[in-house]
Design a protein around this ligand. Structure first.
Ligand code: AMP
Length: 226
């Protein structure tokens, strides 16, 4: 909430491929607060092809994290934008303990406190299958999966009718393995950190997208400030 006790400020966390992005996009459409994905912000920067963009691209493609100070500056500026005044859904941040500490400090300076950190729990053996099969519409970004979420008409996006799709370069077996190692070593310690602060809420993410979304709705119904 903000200093007037309003808004919803939440973090989605969990291993790569747990469904954070998918769930954040679903929730954003329901409650009309922006979805801030640091991965998407970084991919946009990488696509510019500037020296900074190329540096970011090499880190992402190898499954490594971008330096904390770089991502923190980017996020802080984004949170100051007008559309975040009623809250935001953070996806992919914080990814390290220092990022978690800086986040709280940064938000407190802006008069904001986090309402909840939602961990979507999915075991590693499911994660690999999910990531290796996923792809997205080039035009609107809608997400699909070879097995679990095919478009209604083969090769045509359900949402915008687009016919061009892409797979992320970092969604390959070797890079995903490295991303999982980094998740365990660097990101996982943020889970007990937020738990100690009473902010952690855990959701089983092994069911369908709709089932997980319902669990998140139930959880937020008791979290949302009145
Ligand atoms: P994602 O779209 O969340 O899976 O992120 C894709 C990639 O972007 C990650 O593997 C990292 O290389 C980079 N990235 C995203 N968020 C962060 C962050 N908070 N800190 C450092 N690197 C990040």
């Amino acid at each position: 909430m903000n200093k007037n006790g309003l808004g919803l400020h939440i973090v989605f966390t969990g291993a790569p491929g747990c469904g954070k992005g998918t769930q954040a996009r679903i929730l954003k459409d329901k409650i009309a607060i922006p979805h801030l994905s640091t991965g998407e912000m970084l991919r946009a920067e990488a696509a510019k092809g500037t020296p900074l963009g190329l540096e970011i691209k090499a880190l992402i493609d190898g499954g490594n994290l971008v330096p904390d100070d770089m991502i923190i500056k980017m996020l802080s500026a984004r949170i100051d934008e007008d559309d975040c005044k009623n809250g935001f859904i953070l996806d992919g941040f914080p990814r390290t303990l220092p990022q978690a500490e800086v986040l709280e400090e940064m938000l407190s300076k802006k008069g904001i406190t986090l309402d909840a950190v939602i961990e979507i729990q999915v075991p590693d053996e499911i994660i690999m299958e999910r990531i290796l099969g996923r792809y997205a519409c080039m035009t609107c970004g809608a997400g699909y999966h070879d097995k679990f979420q095919k478009p209604k008409v083969y090769g045509v996006c359900d949402k915008c009718g687009g016919t061009d799709f892409y797979r992320r370069i970092d969604d390959n077996r070797a890079t995903v393995q490295n991303r999982l190692v980094n998740y365990r070593a660097l990101t996982y310690p943020t889970i007990p950190y937020f738990d100690k602060k009473g902010l952690l809420r855990c959701v089983d993410g092994t069911g369908t997208i709709e089932a997980t979304a319902r669990k998140i709705d139930d959880l937020l119904a008791v979290t949302k400030p009145q």
